[in-house]
Design a protein around this ligand. Structure first.
Ligand SMILES: [Zn+2]
Length: 400
């Protein structure tokens, strides 16, 4: 029995290794795959037969002649599978059909319109039903970026406040209904995996994405693999106290990083500063300070308003301090900010970078950098697809 299990594991390992190599390098001969993977040529040939039978790879002509017989080149058939990616961390639920290269082929978005609990679950089913109906290739599975406390191993959303979900066994529910492989993780973690896999930072094996929106959290990729943490997910930096006796947070504590950096915190601080500074552009853009919104702050900031800049300076300082802590734990890495705060541009990055450099060990700070993610609002959809690629096909093109 034990011997058989070992043989099976070796076969899976070899298959993933060969597929990853062809995925990463493209147009590559069997001999070259054998050289790169250090597998024997017969082993590579056997695996290639299996992958071609499954339609995952295809032969695409011959290599240029080097005197002898011209080698046949292999390539991943990027449209051989459909990946369903779901982003459940927004006001509307979004899903997409995505190919093996992270190209979005079809989108569906369904508004929640205040639905939560089991009614919100019905919206997830409607979303998946619509995507499956539109799929034109075999489905690899469903990847999900979900809000709140997510147990990625058991596929359970322990708590998502905005959806009024508690201990929702989402993976089991979807598996029973659709009979497909399901993988899920917290939205920040999925965003980090998306950036790592499909973003412009994909050569950085270690990266952290700090997502700042309604909530604040971090996703961590270490050596090309998502760091899940135990048992409820790593990266909950948003609920670490940074202000003694600060504002009450939705988690029940006070003065969490989230309370001073999320969109609501930014608005609250801008409203307070507007009251103290009648000349502020904030007051010209809103009829009264309490009517200031996140968009007002963005606009006033863009016009160079000093009060708005002060708010964002503070946000940058808190994020820079959080980055210094992350660098202290993880070592030098790329720290990428995502979410609505990207509208504050280089000014925010400069403040955060300066604070991180001042607070972290010099040698670590020198090898670390704070930047924005390179991806658009699709980062969670694509991250969910990346989760499937990593989990189902063993794909971690640059890591491992
Ligand atoms: Zn909190």
């Amino acid at each position: 029995m034990a011997k058989k299990a070992t043989h099976e594991q070796t076969r899976i390992h070899n298959t993933q290794l060969v597929f990853s190599t062809i995925y990463e390098r493209g147009d590559i001969s069997r001999a070259e795959v054998a050289r790169v993977t250090r597998l024997t040529r017969p082993t590579v040939s056997d695996v290639v037969v299996d992958l071609m039978t499954e339609g995952l790879i295809e032969e695409v002509g011959h290599a240029p002649s080097t005197g002898g017989k011209r080698a046949i080149l292999l390539r991943v058939d990027e449209d051989s599978r459909c990946l369903i990616g779901l982003d459940l961390a927004r006001e509307d639920f979004r899903g997409a059909l995505i190919n093996l290269r992270g190209e979005i082929k079809h989108r569906v978005s369904l508004p929640l319109e205040g639905r939560d609990g089991s009614a919100a679950l019905d919206v997830v089913y409607a979303l998946v039903d619509a995507l499956i109906a539109a799929a034109q290739h075999p489905l690899l599975g469903i990847g999900i970026g979900a809000p709140g406390l997510v147990d990625a191993v058991d596929g359970v959303i322990h708590q998502a406040v905005n959806l009024n979900w508690r201990d929702v066994h989402l993976r089991d529910l979807l598996q029973a209904r659709y009979r497909l492989p399901i993988h899920m993780a917290n939205d920040c973690q999925v965003a980090a995996l998306g950036e790592y896999t499909f973003g412009e930072n994909n050569r950085a094996k270690d990266l952290v994405v700090i997502h700042v929106g309604k909530g604040v959290g971090a996703g961590i990729v270490l050596n090309g693999r998502l760091f899940h943490g135990n048992p409820l997910g790593a990266g909950e930096i948003g609920h670490v106290t940074v202000v003694e006796n600060g504002e009450l947070c939705q988690c029940g504590n006070t003065g969490c990083l989230e309370t001073v950096t999320n969109s609501r915190g930014i608005v609250r601080q801008a409203q307070a500063l507007a009251k103290d500074n009648p000349q502020s552009i904030l007051n010209q853009l809103a009829p009264h300070p309490d009517a200031i919104t996140f968009e007002t702050v963005c606009e006033a900031f863009a016009e160079g308003d000093e009060a708005a800049r002060q708010v964002i300076r503070d946000v940058g300082q808190y994020l820079g301090a959080a980055a210094a802590n992350l660098v202290g734990v993880l070592g030098g890495c790329r720290i990428l900010l995502a979410g609505r705060i990207t509208c504050f541009g280089q000014f925010l990055l400069d403040v955060a970078q300066e604070v991180m450099t001042r607070r972290a060990l010099a040698s670590l700070a020198q090898t670390s950098e704070i930047d924005f993610v390179s991806m658009s609002a699709d980062i969670i959809l694509l991250g969910a697809a990346a989760l499937l690629l990593h989990e189902e096909l063993g794909l971690f093109p640059f890591g491992g």
